[in-house]
Design a protein around this ligand. Structure first.
Ligand SMILES: C[S@@+](CC[C@H](N)C(=O)[O-])C[C@H]1O[C@@H](n2cnc3c(N)ncnc32)[C@H](O)[C@@H]1O
Length: 297
């Protein structure tokens, strides 16, 4: 465990580097012969950050070999959250909060409805890097995008409210690739705060591992399968917390939200990209990763 209370990072260190990693996997998925999603912004971030491992992956996707299949996992994940937001705005929701937005370009990629406001919360140096790259490329968001630079272990609702968030309006919340990076108390507070700030008609989507899953096992199995660590020299499991925390699906259900849970394995099949060429031990572990979506009536 390399984490400490109040630690911070930029885009090429610690937890920030994981945001660059998943952006690389989205960029790889985008150039896949059968892409599940398009994220034309992801490669900009990888190039601008200049981190050799990820630049190398992108420069020569064929060299990535089996690791490239990891891109489809990101394809599944990206599509799941894309569809979550599309479903929310089809219900008339116009306010979105992307918790731990990292290099997520949804404010630019998705066709938001007129009047939509998209808040992005992450650490200051991550958002500074992101904004600098987007400005250099002259990117224009498709919604009223508002960045909220705050640590999710701190009083983020105050920062969100100061940025113009309206708790009286229904909200679509996403927490993608975030939860194990939060210590238990901040994790549990996240859901309590989402609930407190959510008007009826709000929804939330997140991904999480089953409680008790040894995250290091996941990293080890992945490395064994891929033959190399997709994140280069970074051992992501060193950055994760496995202390006690509420189960998000249970918690939301107990607080009156209507919950739907699926796994990346089932989603990949539903998205016509079934996972067929992966060792059973890795499939078993992937089945313990959950995508959780919930609506507040
Ligand atoms: C694996 S990345 C996922 C980024 C993005 N959601 C995506 O899927 O592309 C994890 C993100 O969580 C953010 N993060 C983790 N802990 C955080 C905290 N305590 N406060 C703010 N951001 C945090 C990191 O900065 C990073 O951008």
């Amino acid at each position: 465990m390399m984490r400490t209370d109040g630690d911070s990072w930029d885009i090429v260190t610690s937890v920030g580097l994981t945001a660059l990693g998943v952006a690389t996997f989205r960029a790889l998925e985008t150039v896949d012969p059968e892409p599940m999603i398009r994220d034309d912004y992801a490669a900009w971030f990888v190039e601008a950050a200049g981190e050799p491992h990820f630049v190398g992956m992108l420069a020569d996707p064929e060299s990535v070999g089996d690791v490239r299949r990891f891109g489809h996992f990101m394809g599944v994940r990206t599509r799941y959250f894309d569809e979550f937001f599309a479903a929310a705005w089809q219900q008339g929701v116009q306010q979105a909060v992307i918790l731990a937005s990292g290099l997520d370009a949804r404010a630019y990629r998705l066709d938001w409805p007129a009047g939509a406001v998209v808040f992005e919360i992450d650490q200051p140096r991550v958002l500074e890097f992101k904004d600098q790259v987007l400005a250099e490329h002259g990117a224009v968001p498709k919604a009223d995008r508002r960045v909220v630079a705050v640590d999710l272990r701190d009083d983020w609702p105050a920062a969100l409210t100061a940025a113009g968030f309206d708790p009286g309006q229904p909200t679509a919340w996403s927490a993608e690739g975030l939860l194990p990076f939060l210590p238990g108390p901040a994790h549990d507070a996240l859901f309590e705060r989402i609930d407190a700030l959510s008007a009826p008609g709000s929804s939330v989507a997140t991904d999480e591992f089953s409680r008790g899953l040894a995250l290091r096992d996941f990293a080890d199995t992945e490395e064994k399968f891929f033959g190399s660590n997709p994140f280069g020299n970074l051992d992501v499991s060193d950055l994760l917390y496995d202390d006690t925390r509420a189960d998000p699906g249970d918690w939301l259900s107990r607080h009156g939200w209507s919950v739907h849970i699926t796994t990346p394995v089932d989603l990949a099949a539903a998205y016509a990209h079934p996972i067929t060429d992966v060792p059973p031990e890795l499939i078993d572990l992937m089945r313990q990763a959950h995508y959780v979506r919930a609506e507040k009536r």
